[in-house]
Write a protein of this length. Structure first.
Lengths: 166, 189
């Protein structure tokens, strides 16, 4: 719970006040925290691409949104990221559980893991790769950066960083 | 009645609300009929009008009308489940259902065959789902906006057909900033 709490605290410190998720077991603690947090909006959504649309609307309504998802969700969302969030320059934080990185028991997750950073680079999305607890301190500044540059940004949380966060 | 006639008929009610308008001909026709700063024209991301409007209605108190199409809703059908569980009462989804992909040359959609978006919306958990003719749409829209306790999905059944029209000349940041200025967020314009 310590890692998950730290991530949410830092997102909130960065101004994020509207959260969606397409669940992942590595995000489960964060979802628990958000469901019990009366200061922010939280909901699950069925699909990441749809979540990008809801985040865009939340930004238009003066919220600072974050969508939590597995790295597979980026694959589901490419057109929405480019032709909505980037076209209209909308800041949204992607909090991504980086499935398929070392420690991952499911071999099939490896395929998307290998190309996740390449996709984000191709999309010119600023990235913060968190592999240790110390990296989490950078999350609040990095979130604020999204607002300053009016762009979606991606935070990748390695499997091994999240897996023992009981 | 086609989409252009319908948009003409409901323009006065749209003018008083926040409107998210679907990509392609719906936005181009609305722009031509009566451009307003509180109209957010989609220039990409087909399928997401309902979702953008939902996020907006959850984030501020003004009434939001998402103008969507049958083809677009078929592309993002999970949106109806999210609306059925999460939409606040300041949200109305207006699906202009002409049974065709109008912007791409009027190819038939599945609503022109076996699919009923009314049934899908009801099954997805939307409580107030109205299917009506183009002529009745204005009346149904005003009732939906007046009801402060429920969100609505209105499916307006009209004929296919488009008018010849130019692309919207506004750039995306202009659309974004004048919309947010109308809500009272952007102060510098």
């Amino acid at each position: 719970m310590k890692i998950s709490k730290k991530i949410i605290d830092n997102l909130k410190k960065g101004g994020v006040d509207f959260y969606l998720s397409v669940p992942c077991k590595l995000l489960a603690n964060m979802i628990d925290i958000l469901e019990n947090d009366k200061d922010v909006y939280y909901s699950a959504v069925p699909r990441e691409e749809e979540g990008m649309g809801i985040c865009a609307g939340a930004y238009l309504g003066n919220k600072f949104p974050c969508i939590m998802m597995q790295n597979t969700g980026i694959g589901n969302s490419v057109n929405a990221i480019v032709s909505l969030l980037q076209l209209y320059q909308m800041p949204v934080v992607f909090l991504i559980s980086y499935r398929g990185t070392p420690g991952e028991p499911v071999g099939a997750q490896g395929g998307m893991a290998k190309i996740t950073q390449d996709i984000l680079q191709t999309l010119r999305i600023p990235m913060l790769h968190c592999s240790s607890e110390n990296d989490l301190e950078k999350i609040s500044t990095f979130s604020k950066h999204a607002k300053v540059v009016e762009s979606p940004v991606a935070i990748l949380c390695d499997f091994n960083l999240m897996k023992d966060d009981k | 009645m086609n989409r252009f006639d319908l948009l003409n008929k409901i323009q006065n009610i749209l003018k008083d609300n926040l409107v998210i308008c679907n990509i392609g001909l719906p936005s181009q026709e609305l722009y031509k009929i009566n451009d307003q700063p509180n109209f957010f024209y989609m220039l990409g991301s087909m399928g997401l009008s309902s979702s953008i409007g939902l996020g907006l209605s959850l984030s501020q108190n003004k009434h939001v009308i998402s103008i969507d199409g049958d083809g677009s809703v078929l592309m993002n059908m999970n949106t109806l489940a999210t609306i059925g569980n999460r939409a606040p009462s300041n949200y109305t989804l207006l699906i202009i259902d002409n049974g065709s992909y109008g912007s791409t040359g009027d190819q038939r959609t599945f609503t022109d065959e076996n699919t009923s978006l009314k049934d899908v919306a009801l099954g997805a958990g939307c409580k107030k789902v109205i299917e009506c003719s183009g002529e009745e749409t204005l009346n149904q829209l005003s009732k939906a906006i007046e009801d402060k306790n429920n969100s609505y999905v209105i499916i307006s059944k009209i004929n296919s057909g488009n008018v010849k029209i130019d692309p919207i000349p506004l750039n995306p940041i202009t659309i974004r900033d004048r919309f947010r200025k109308f809500i009272g967020i952007v102060k510098y314009l």
